[in-house]
Design a protein around this ligand. Structure first.
Ligand code: ZN
Length: 302
């Protein structure tokens, strides 16, 4: 019953959102957290619904949804785009964030908090301070409900100014990445011990600012299509890299570590045999996110 309620709610929401042509995203649309507690059960829900002839309409919606997820990097009818004015702000903000990254260095950028980025921009003329409009734009993106453009996951970081505390993270040698101390480090070390060091940490802790940069840069490259961007990158605040999760790849495999090709590697095959490993974004999940076989789930929301 809970499942049906969730799917019902999901599709109702998406009928509104997706049935409009190339709709632009203009304002904050609230921050309802949808379906978070049911996420792990939704896959089972698909088969339940598919067996019931009275829910064919839902079945068609599910097929359409799965098509979008499997072709995550394409533009689809109903995707939500930024309007022109906001796209210009997206462009200038992304470029500024990139200059901040250059100034502080990649390693520090993983941990840089929002206030730190604003301060760095103000202090370095090479970066230039964020304009009021840019800050308002960033705020709008952060506090918008991801579900309004198709991202259905939970939001572990609720405030734009949430910080990564340096004392709680540790740098993992030779990777350029950090992990949270405790469970994430324990799980990572166990993986390396059991799989061998062909396995490598490809992305660990990401601050709100780092996630902002990744998400907005993706949105910038796809004409401000927030739906497309969020199919492969969680919007800022919504990423579990912010509190615990990390990505594992195979050494020397480069960007292919972040594609389906990763499933062909020795590392992935061995990962699958470790009973304690859980993938956060499974194939055909209903969170609005592509399959990410490299993304290790550490914690649920606490
Ligand atoms: Zn990840």
């Amino acid at each position: 019953m809970m499942l049906l309620t969730f799917l019902d709610h999901y599709y109702k929401k998406n009928i509104t959102v997706y049935d409009m042509k190339r709709r632009v995203f203009l304002k904050i649309l609230g921050s309802a957290v949808v379906g978070s507690a049911f996420a792990s059960d939704v896959l089972a829900g698909i088969s339940i619904i598919a067996r019931d002839p009275s829910t064919l309409k839902d079945d068609a919606h599910i097929k359409d949804y799965l098509h979008r997820m499997r072709n995550f990097d394409d533009h689809h009818p109903g995707d939500i785009y930024l309007d022109r004015k906001n796209f210009m702000l997206l462009e200038s903000s992304v470029k500024r964030l990139k200059r901040v990254q250059r100034i502080v260095g990649h390693g520090n950028f993983y941990l840089l908090n929002f206030d730190g980025a604003v301060k760095t921009a103000r202090n370095f003329s090479k970066v230039g301070k964020f304009s009021k409009e840019e800050l308002k734009f960033l705020e709008m993106i952060f506090y918008a409900d991801g579900a309004s453009y198709g991202f259905m996951g939970e939001k572990p970081l609720k405030n734009m100014t949430d910080r990564v505390q340096r004392s709680k993270v540790t740098k993992i040698p030779y990777t350029g990445n950090y992990l949270y101390k405790g469970r994430p480090v324990e799980i990572y070390n166990k993986i390396i011990k059991e799989i061998g060091n062909r396995a490598v940490l490809t992305s660990g802790v990401r601050s709100v600012i780092k996630q902002f940069y990744l998400f907005l840069n993706k949105a910038y490259k796809c004409e401000g299509n927030l739906s497309l961007a969020s199919r492969s990158l969680a919007p800022p605040g919504y990423s579990y890299h912010g509190i615990s999760d990390f990505d594992v790849g195979q050494k020397g495999f480069g960007v292919d570590n972040f594609s389906d090709k990763f499933t062909k590697t020795e590392t992935f095959k061995k990962l699958q045999n470790l009973g304690y490993i859980k993938i956060r974004y499974k194939r055909d999940n209903l969170l609005g996110v592509r399959y990410e076989p490299w993304h290790i789930k550490v914690n649920s929301l606490v």
